[in-house]
Design a protein around this ligand. Structure first.
Ligand code: NAD
Length: 254
């Protein structure tokens, strides 16, 4: 076999976009990729929060404000990013919003807003980055979905589950069309990562119940998701595309 032993730092010098970079999981991904020598464009809604979170990270981190749900904003900010930072090799779609409302409590506005951020954003951004990835013959798109995509939502609501299931469909569709160009497209489906989504949006009773149901008896840490992203960007995973990696502590085996 001609394949060499892969090194995690083989992605040094690549340029990544990470959305939701001021949040728990996005910040960990931004930090770890930057420490690996990746130039990271860190995107979130609020510049102040973003700078305070990513400002102390080692390496090349470029904070940009963008509402990923707005097509025009995504197009204009991505044009600036390409001009100032360069073409994007790695896209990590992390920005997302949660609602725990089940069907009858979900308004049409909430339905559209959740899908706009969780699904439209990754759709707009994938269209922005894919042409350059295909031209260069190398690219990685990683979508942070959720266990809700196939569980129907343990505590999370209908719109959230639907948006994450659609994100998985988007992952498969782009993986299929871009594989021959050297671009892999994968997802990660976490369940219960220590973040405000768990600490603030679940009550004590829900948290205790979930903890007792997770076989590993703990919630995941944002850094564990970030390590999986490193794996999916590295040569170690070069033959993996159209895959959704479960990170749910054994909630479901399949
Ligand atoms: N925390 C969990 O338990 C968990 C479990 C499964 C999946 N996820 C997914 O992981 C991702 C990150 O979750 P987290 O726990 O870090 O959440 P978080 O709330 O800490 O971070 C989300 C970030 O996205 C940003 N954001 C929201 N809307 C945006 C928009 N329109 N444009 C740009 N940025 C926007 C927020 O400002 C925030 O900084 C989400 O997609 C979430 O659905 C989280």
């Amino acid at each position: 076999m001609g394949t060499q032993r892969a090194k995690l730092d083989d992605i040094k010098g690549k340029t990544a976009v990470v959305t939701g970079a001021a949040g728990s999981i996005g910040a960990a991904i931004t930090q770890f990729l930057a420490e690996d020598g990746v130039r990271v464009v860190a995107i979130d809604m609020d510049l102040g929060k973003l700078k305070s979170v990513v400002g102390s990270f080692e390496g090349d981190v470029y904070p940009y404000v963008m509402d990923v749900s707005k097509e025009d904003t995504v197009a204009s900010v991505m044009t600036q990013i390409r001009k100032n930072v360069g073409d994007i090799d790695i896209l990590v779609n992390v920005a997302g919003i949660l609602s725990n409302n089940k069907l009858m409590d979900t308004s049409v506005d909430e339905w559209h807003q959740i899908h706009a951020v969780n699904l439209d954003g990754p759709f707009f951004l994938s269209k922005e980055v894919l042409p350059a990835m295909q031209n260069s013959g190398w690219g990685r798109i990683i979508n942070i979905a959720s266990y809700a995509w196939k569980s129907g939502g343990k505590t999370s609501g209908t719109a959230y589950s639907s948006s994450k299931a659609a994100m998985v469909g988007l992952t498969f569709a782009i993986a299929k069309q871009s594989a021959e160009f050297g671009v892999t497209v994968n997802g990660i489906a976490p369940a219960y990562v220590m973040s405000p989504m768990v600490t603030e949006q679940l009550n004590d009773e829900q948290r205790d119940k979930m903890m007792s149901e997770i076989p590993v008896r703990r919630f995941s840490e944002p850094e564990e998701i970030a390590n999986c992203v490193r794996f999916l960007t590295s040569p170690m995973s070069a033959f993996i595309t159209g895959e959704i990696i479960d990170m749910n502590g054994g909630f479901q085996f399949d």
